[in-house]
Design a protein around this ligand. Structure first.
Ligand code: GLU
Length: 310
């Protein structure tokens, strides 16, 4: 259970200072060239609680490319839009494969293993593209309203970079189209997907935006129903099994929180009934997870006894 958190600020300061000192051997995600331009040594963390507190340390106000973390918000929008029909087109099983692997998709007849690998997120992007007249705008509006910040924007250099270097994502989308599991035109689906990945947000904004998942689907700040309690439970469950790429098992084993990472270096972790942690630092391990970001979440979870499996 949650330990005493009266000195959360001091705890975050110490975690960040300790991590700033480590000599991380990770790499930035240079397969999207614009992401390689980000200074690699930045480190930030924010903890937002459902009681309305936000405590942060380090570079928590610096916007970074949310990348795969956008898949969580896309999934919620698609669940709200088409309900359980979604689960006819995408599964909820861990993939055991790298996030951008295409191999399983052919064997499994164009049904992605889960919504958090790229194939699954492209499927979700197809749902959004097909069900909103301007899905990119709908997505951006959703993010702005969750964060309570109209300044949130799309980083156009990241978007262009993804578009130019997105052949593997295009291949997956066309493969799913060949199995009739993509309805919209593939270039439109890719455009939506790269747009949502290219949104820039800070640790503070992301932690605040995901509070509804720690609060049974209700945004505690606005009291808006963002999704049903059942869907919040379901999203958290898939985050627990598939949110940290093919390091999800180890993360559940050692940290024990529903979490999602992105190749921009962000890691978000949901603490049901308490709040959301967002940590960020650009250097990634071989799974595509931020080394320092994961260390920060793990350190805080350990310090405060946050694991949902206690
Ligand atoms: N836009 C990235 C891609 O499609 C997202 C990957 C990620 O963050 O996992 O490769």
């Amino acid at each position: 259970m949650l330990k005493n958190i009266s000195n959360l600020q001091a705890t975050l300061n110490k975690l960040v200072t300790d991590q700033q000192g480590i000599n991380s051997e990770g790499k930035v995600a240079d397969y999207i060239p614009a992401l390689a331009d980000v200074p690699p040594n930045l480190v930030g963390i924010s903890v937002a609680t459902i009681d309305g507190d936000v405590t942060s340390a380090g570079d928590f106000q610096v916007p970074f490319s949310i990348q795969s973390i956008s898949k969580v918000f896309g999934l919620v929008m698609a669940m709200n839009r088409i309900g359980d029909d979604l689960w006819q087109r995408v599964n909820m099983e861990p993939s055991g494969q790298p996030f951008n692997s295409i191999i399983q998709l052919e064997w499994e007849k164009g049904i992605p293993r889960n919504p958090f690998i790229n194939a699954g997120a492209l499927l979700v992007a197809d749902v959004l593209t097909s069900h909103f007249s301007t899905s990119n705008l709908a997505f951006l509006t959703f993010m702005r309203s969750l964060a309570g910040d109209e300044d949130i924007h799309i980083d156009n250099s990241v978007y262009q970079s993804e578009l130019v270097h997105g052949n593997r994502n295009a291949a997956m989308a066309y493969l799913m189209k060949s199995f009739k599991n993509i309805q919209a035109e593939v270039p439109d689906v890719l455009s939506h997907y790269f747009t949502q990945c290219s949104i820039a947000m800070s640790c503070q904004q992301l932690a605040t935006s995901l509070l509804f998942l720690a609060n049974k689907g209700i945004d505690p700040n606005t009291k808006n129903n963002i999704c049903t309690a059942r869907d919040a439970h379901r999203v958290n469950a898939i985050l627990s099994t598939s949110g940290m790429y093919d390091q999800s098992g180890e993360f559940a084993f050692s940290v024990g929180l529903p979490a999602k990472s992105g190749v921009g270096g962000g890691v978000v972790a949901i603490v049901p009934g308490y709040g959301v942690i967002c940590a960020w630092s650009p250097l990634l391990n071989t799974f595509g997870n931020s080394i320092v970001g994961t260390n920060l979440v793990a350190g805080l979870a350990e310090e405060l006894g946050l694991s949902i499996y206690h």
